[in-house]
Design a protein around this ligand. Structure first.
Ligand code: ADP
Ligand code: MG
Length: 258
């Protein structure tokens, strides 16, 4: 390695431009061959580093998000959804609702695809550089309670505020006691107009008193969530049931033709 290259390596290392360090020699050789002007050469080098950093950042955000990777838009059959919801989903994937701190509430029968759909939207948002965090509601409540016991609730809520969206999966799935619901209500209140919540629930609002116990608290929780929100009503049959039916029919047809 020439003295010049050695110096360059040192500088690039100390500036943390590790990707640029790996590619500059190839790019320089090509620049000479192709008679590139100085600014195009510089642009290409910087672009390499920029792309790599963006890639790393998105990977890191995917890891942090705890999103199940298999629940993506690519693996989701959109044709099962009513037209109106397809339109809503396309809009949500653009991510504007995060800037407006709006919420997304997905309702519907078990198996209708609520979790998959919100995870898929979450993945699209991460690709646009947004920060998303996925957590089943039961786990979230346990986490909040533990933090409260350790007098760390404000700290946890602050940490969660770094995320543009928190996906709370399956709200109301198991009955929880009053104390558990109090901490959840605290989080909802803290995030109101400050950060988006995306949640799925099998329970329509009319049954939310079983979640929040007290009618006033229930009304207040619904009010905060709904005020700025998109509601996705997945009134469709269970995907799993439909798959099983289709398989059975296919088997039947095969038997008939044999
Ligand atoms: P819910 O949260 O409404 O109970 P899920 O999102 O967990 O439903 O969906 C149940 C299963 O069916 C999951 O394995 C999911 O990946 C699959 N699924 C649901 N809807 C679709 C769809 N439209 N396309 C592909 N898979 C789907
Ligand atoms: Mg679900």
């Amino acid at each position: 390695m020439s003295k010049q290259n050695k110096k360059l390596h040192e500088y690039l290392t100390s500036l943390n431009l590790t990707h640029l360090r790996a590619v500059y020699s190839d790019v320089s050789n090509r620049a000479v061959k192709e008679n590139m002007d100085y600014e195009s050469y510089l642009l290409e080098l910087i672009e390499h580093e920029w792309l790599q950093r963006r890639h790393n950042r998105i990977e890191r955000m995917f890891r942090e998000s705890k999103l199940p990777l298999e629940k993506s838009l690519q693996t989701f059959d959109m044709t099962r959804l009513p037209k109106k919801i397809i339109h809503q989903v396309k809009l949500l994937c653009k991510g504007l609702f995060l800037d407006q701190k709006e919420n997304v509430l997905a309702f519907g029968n078990p198996g209708s695809g609520k979790t998959h759909l919100l995870c898929a939207i979450g993945q699209e948002l991460i690709r646009q550089g947004k920060r998303v965090y996925f957590i089943p509601s039961v786990m979230l409540v346990q986490k909040l309670l533990q933090a409260k016991r350790e007098l760390q609730l404000p700290r946890l809520i602050k940490r969660l505020s770094r995320y543009d969206a928190i996906i709370i999966d399956d709200l109301g799935y198991v009955q929880q006691d009053r104390q558990e619901m109090e901490v959840l209500f605290t989080l909802l209140s803290e995030r109101y107009e400050r950060g988006s919540i995306m949640l799925t629930s099998n329970l329509p609002f009319s049954k939310w008193e079983t979640i929040f116990k007290d009618p006033m608290v229930t009304a207040a929780a619904i009010d905060r969530l709904v005020h700025h929100s998109t509601i996705l009503e997945l009134n469709i049959s269970s995907y799993r049931t439909q798959q099983a039916k289709t398989r059975k029919e296919a088997d039947q047809n095969q038997n008939d033709t044999v």
